[in-house]
Write a protein that binds this ligand. Structure first.
Ligand code: FAD
Ligand code: DHB
Length: 386
């Protein structure tokens, strides 16, 4: 089999890239090692930036998002239960975010794939990259071989692509946080119509949602926490404590139908290109979830990458391809900084003393009283311009 771009991974980065390339009449094949049901079933991101919303619109795939997604003009912060609102739209000249789950985005991308000529090979096991630094790279998997001009490594944090780059040509930067997020989904109305990011002496909590009838809550937890130690009642008690009395009064409790723990990590691999291989999304960088940047950074990468391939195939210039890594990384580092800052501001670190906590509270109070500080948060939250 031969194609122009071999895409490894059918997550948000890989599938969005495939749609963007097909829109430009560039041929591609997506190799995914799991099933569609598995990829679509993973409960992950919930908040889409402006840029992500716009690209779905540009692809003509935004219809369901606009009818079912929730537009948020603001977000809330809480200090030991005391809430204040950041009016993102007012601070950014009208920018908003869209609450629309990653599962829904994946559903829309998969549903439109066949009709638009996006070829996906599911359950491609043992994917391996070959001759990446030559002009004739190819990809193999159990029972198949795909020859191509370029490879897009969109296979997430644990994929095969990054490992195909010799270690001496990449530099990695990492921060592992000493805690995770315990998240639940429950079919109960959300406590608040906008999100609440809560800094509490007992640790971080987040009240989020998927729809008017479905809530998503997170609690900062220890890395060795066991799910069986968190029956729903304990979770609800703790989340109410951390969100504070005012919000707790609005919390509707109910049985959770999903409960999982995610560790928090910052990670960047530089450069994002080697020879004919281009990394995009979680394959190249990870952010802690605070601030909801992961999926959005993945989408921003593939917008730049798709434009670079279009410039090459339709304009005959390699300038975009050659500039991809530097351009993508400039945005990535800003996303890394914001996610790291927001995590540092809102979480309880094990080595924190009384002074450190006073600094967090002082910074939150400063944000509360400063339009400049709120604008900084708001413009990062809704997404920096491309
Ligand atoms: P992935 O989604 O990891 O996709 C990679 C794909 O490649 C997968 O389908 C995988 O099966 C496949 N694959 C892996 N290895 C191979 C292989 N060897 N061969 C073939 N295929 C392979 N981000 C936000 O923007 N907003 C949020 O609100 C947010 N909340 C989050 C909450 C949680 C609990 C978690 C865990 C993450 C959250 N994120 C959020 C992050 C976001 O989910 C990821 O950044 C996003 O999924 C990255 O997309 P991706 O396509 O790069 O990688
Ligand atoms: C969600 C996840 C996040 O990381 C975040 O910052 C906001 C919302 C969510 O899953 O709803």
């Amino acid at each position: 089999m031969r194609t122009q771009i071999a895409i490894i991974g059918a997550g948000p980065a890989g599938l969005m890239l495939a749609h963007l390339l097909r829109q430009q009449n560039i041929d591609c094949v997506v190799l995914e090692n799991r099933t569609r049901e598995y990829v679509e079933g993973r409960v992950r991101a919930g908040v889409l930036e402006q840029t992500t919303v716009r690209v779905l619109d540009r692809l003509g795939l935004g219809e369901r998002m606009h009818s079912e997604g929730l537009v948020h003009e603001g977000t809330n912060l809480a200090i030991d239960g005391e809430i204040f609102r950041i009016d993102m739209a007012a601070l950014t000249g009208g920018a908003t975010v869209m609450v629309y789950g990653q599962q829904e985005v994946m559903h829309d991308l998969f549903n439109a794939a066949e009709a638009r000529g996006v070829k996906i090979i599911f359950e491609a096991k043992g994917v391996a990259l070959h001759d990446v630094d030559s002009t004739r790279p190819y990809v193999t998997w159990q029972g198949g071989r795909l020859d191509c001009d370029y490879i897009a490594g969109c296979d997430g944090a644990h994929g095969a692509s990054r490992g195909a780059i010799p270690s001496h040509v990449i530099q990695t930067f990492e921060r592992v946080y000493p805690f995770g997020w315990l998240g639940i989904l429950a079919d109960v109305p959300p406590a608040s119509h906008e999100l609440i990011y809560a800094n509490h002496a007992r640790g971080f909590a987040l009240a989020s949602m998927r729809s008017a009838g479905r809530s998503r809550y997170y609690l900062q937890c220890a890395l060795d926490e066991r799910l069986e130690d968190w029956p729903d009642e304990r979770f609800w008690d703790e989340v109410c404590l951390r969100l504070g009395e005012q919000t707790a009064a609005q919390v509707t409790r109910g049985p959770s139908f999903e409960k999982s723990i995610a560790p928090l990590r910052s990670f960047v691999c530089e450069p994002m290109r080697w020879g004919r291989l281009f990394l995009a999304g979680d394959a190249a960088h990870i952010v802690p979830p605070t601030g909801a940047k992961g999926l959005n950074l993945a989408v921003a990468d593939v917008i730049v990458l798709a434009a670079a391939f279009a410039e090459f195939y339709h304009g005959g210039s390699t300038a975009g391809i050659d500039g991809y890594s530097a351009k993508a990384l400039a945005r990535v580092w800003k996303g890394e900084r914001f996610s790291w800052w927001f995590t540092s501001l809102t979480h309880r670190f094990p080595d924190m003393d009384g002074f450190d906590r006073k600094m967090q509270v002082a910074e939150l109070n400063y944000i509360r009283g400063s339009r400049a500080a709120q604008t900084t948060l708001a413009e990062n939250y809704v997404g920096l311009p491309m």
